[in-house]
Ligand binder design. Structure first.
Ligand code: FAD
Ligand code: PYC
Length: 415
């Protein structure tokens, strides 16, 4: 793989950009791989990348039914933070956040990580107590968050009305190194890194069956034929239950749509990310100038990968008291993704009842921020067959034993 650099741009400028090579190859599948990863979203691609980079396992295929990054990875609102309450979550989200810090250098691909600061507004006494508790927990976990006053909130976000009659701002949980990154670039950067290590990324190839022999995985059936493998990693977010059923086991996952939308572009108005969880809305501004807005999940299970009018209306209306300027903006476009929800709103990184099948899912409404940490931990699980410290608490067994990792508040998005 040719490295991207200032010199490469200059060289290509001189020869009319005729010399760029494809960022990743599109091969036909081989008959057998050491590891097959199903799902070329951020988590699947990051798993493959760290399998090669950290564990030296490179005879790997990533199988994708659509186009890479076309699932939730390319549909999210790109918020990155690690201000979770429970220790296992704080550890994996902070690992991810810290990998994001120099991911562009590692991948030699600009993922546009923008640690612009993230605020979770406290708009009730209950939220104030909850977020102050999170700050104490984060400080013990070594995660830099702080409690800030309403005046400091106003300084950081001048367009915010902190004196609303129904939802006054009582302060905020602030993570200065939280922020955003470009979601497609994260998928594209990992894909390029995988391809450069000789891995096969096979798009437009749906997995339709899982083959097992004597309780062990031996391969998959796909729309491009059967492919053998020694290990299988299922990383398909909202379709995790469908894949698990093919292998003969069940997962404690519900799938539902989560939506977002953007306004018409305006001049720079807000240079941090603000989450107003009491009213179920959040907002940031994209580089193009659009206000990026999202709310809660649909209130029913479904596989409908699109938006609906009532969500745009309800969430935008709820945010108007806090952000009065949006009442005069036109909303430009909306979309949806199918998120994979567990009962405790924490992910699953786990062995399964079938030997050598591993599952990574349950990131629900909040798995963009975790992509690098999740890929790191999943690669370790697949390579060694046992979870390392980052994944240890996220096994399926916690649902049987009742050891839930309750992050329903830290998830920040209404479900
Ligand atoms: P995906 O990106 O969905 O990848 C799974 C892939 O598996 C898909 O490409 C799919 O086509 C493929 N697949 C499925 N079935 C098969 C099959 N049978 N064969 C082959 N391939 C298959 N998280 C945050 O941290 N911050 C946010 O601000 C944020 N905002 C969000 C806003 C919205 C509107 C949505 C929908 C989600 C948001 N999220 C956010 C959540 C985040 O997007 C997801 O948790 C994350 O992208 C999941 O990544 P993934 O790689 O697991 O899944
Ligand atoms: O997990 O921070 C998050 C998030 C924000 C919007 C959707 N998910």
């Amino acid at each position: 793989m040719r490295r991207y650099s200032m010199f490469a741009v200059a060289r290509e400028a001189l020869r009319f950009h005729a010399g760029w090579e494809r960022a990743w190859k599109s091969p036909e599948p081989k008959s057998h791989y050491d590891v097959i990863v199903v799902g070329a979203g951020g988590h699947g691609l990051a798993t493959a990348y760290y399998l090669g980079k950290v564990h030296g396992i490179r005879n790997v295929a990533v199988i994708e039914k659509g186009w890479l990054g076309g699932g939730n990875t390319g549909r999210n609102t790109t918020i990155i933070r690690s201000n979770y309450l429970q220790d296992p979550s704080a550890a994996i989200y902070e690992k991810a956040r810290s990998l994001y810090e120099d991911l562009s250098q590692d991948l030699n691909y600009n993922v546009m990580f923008s640690p612009r600061g993230l605020l979770m507004l406290a708009q009730s006494e209950h939220e104030r107590r909850g977020y102050q508790r999170t700050v104490y927990a984060n400080n013990l976990q070594g995660i830099e968050t702080e409690w800030i006053t309403p005046q400091k909130v106003k300084e950081l976000v001048p367009i915010l009305n902190i004196e609303g009659p129904r939802y006054p701002v009582l302060g905020a949980l602030y993570q200065e190194r939280g922020g955003t990154a470009r979601h497609d670039a994260v998928a594209w950067g990992y894909a390029r890194g995988c391809s450069a290590m000789g891995m096969d990324i096979i798009q437009q190839c749906e997995v339709t069956g899982v083959r097992t022999e004597g309780g062990k995985v031996v391969g998959i059936d796909t729309t491009k034929g059967a492919i053998g493998c020694s290990k299988l990693a299922m990383v398909v977010a909202g379709h995790s239950s469908v894949l698990a059923e093919m292998a003969g086991f069940r997962l404690p996952i519900e799938s539902m749509a989560l939506q977002a939308w953007v306004s018409e572009p305006i001049k720079p108005a807000i240079d941090v990310v603000v989450m107003a969880n009491l009213v179920h809305g959040y907002m940031s501004q994209s580089d193009k100038g659009e206000l990026v807005i999202g709310g809660g999940t649909d209130g029913f299970n479904n596989y409908t990968q699109r938006g609906s009018w009532h969500h745009v209306e309800e969430t935008t209306r709820a945010l108007v008291e806090t952000f009065p300027i949006i009442s005069r903006l036109k909303m430009l476009r909306q979309w949806g993704g199918i998120v994979d929800m567990t009962g405790d709103r924490s992910p699953i990184l786990s062995k399964t009842p079938v030997e050598n099948i591993f599952v990574n899912c349950g990131w629900g409404t909040g798995g963009f921020k975790s992509i690098p940490g999740s890929g790191w931990a999943m690669a370790e699980l697949v390579a060694k067959g046992e979870p390392g410290p980052l994944a240890a608490e996220f096994g399926l067994i916690r649902f049987r034993e009742g050891r839930f990792i309750d992050e329903s508040v830290a998830a920040g998005v209404a479900h």
